[in-house]
Design a protein around this ligand. Sequence first.
Ligand SMILES: [Zn+2]
Length: 448
Amino acid sequence: MRLIIAVWAAKLAALAGKIMGKKSSSTPGEIALKICPDLIQRLKHNITGKVFVTCGTNGKTTTNNLICTALEKSGHKVICNRVGANMLSGVANVFALECNIFGKFKADYGCFEIDEAFAVKVFDKITPDVMIITNLFRDQLDRYGEIETTASLINSAIDKCKTLTLVLNGDDPICASFGKNRDNVHYFGISEQVMEQTEGAKEGRFCAVCKNELSYNYHHYSQLGDYYCTFCGNKRPEIDFEAKDVDLTGGLKFTVNNSEKISLNYKGFYNIYNILAVYAALKSADVLKSSFSGLLSDYKPQIGRMEEFYFGKPVILNLAKNPAGFNQAIMTVCEDKRKKDIIFAVNDFPSDGQDISWLWDVDFEKAVSNNSGLLITSGKRKYDLTLRFKYSDINVYMYTDNMREAIKKCIESDSEVVYVLVNYTVLFPTQNILLDMKKEIKGDGKNE
Ligand SMILES: [Zn+2]
């Protein structure tokens, strides 16, 4: 009875939220948990097949949603926290709202993105069959604390599940360390040098065993690559699902284990990791029956992820929430061989994280090449950004609070493409500016 009341209460709360025009991705779940604290345990048997859980600093929403899309496209009924509410209440929310009025639902699979810090709590309620960890990067320090704290939380969560299959990014020394001395581990990675090798900032590239600085045979971005430790012998593990023949011209193309060809109309080198994670998870769970590329062909990324506007030339807006996010975005800029202008904008409001010492961990200098056009800095931390470039002997064309003027300058320049790379609180105002500019030139702009 308590369960049914909880389900009804959640449904009413969701309905009320809808009427008020609010997106309720966790409030109904919170209410349901208050009424019935063991709601998740009591409903989990409604999922008849495997439960997939995705953790990691970057790419977990994309990876989780892609797993769900692939399973749905294969004809399965999937329960998934697609909107990214990734704490206990977010999971309870999906369970409660999925129920019929009798407190029951039917699903073949469960796919959940879980915040690293909440994995222990969630695994107390529901034991996953497959856990995917995309990567572990330094996030905003003041909100998440040190990376070691996060790693130990993940380790405790893994220890709760005796029969768990782990799918880990083998190119990430921190992520790969979760597989040490454990069974049922599958690693994925990109097994060839893709980008030109340059010396970047070294922060964060340390051995997970002895904490000494790592060496690399080749390096992708942040701490990802073919690493080895000359001090203790720790090295990149043998990779079970490895990408090779990477081709970034016009979408993403690569082969997995020299056999399966994957070709998708996605942007961004880092998406290879997300796609590999999905492939490895589905293969490890033995649920992949048809052509993999076909399953993901019409997936739509979230807004502000390499979102393209057009003003006689493409203006591409991308959100980066942390140093690794900026490094990923910078890799994508490097892949683009057209002449390009780049605007970097960073704020330091509480939701951005107020400690911006990470600016020194980002390989900003990689974004600037011989064929670069204008380089502009903006946001509350424009001076720090400008100083960061100065230390790499790179001149900033201008720094400004006026994003509209910055974008206009780039549109008027002789570049072929403009990249606008921003952090969280800069994203929506910048998006509004671009939408307004589109309205102003009416008919001339097309947004895809
Ligand atoms: Zn070592």
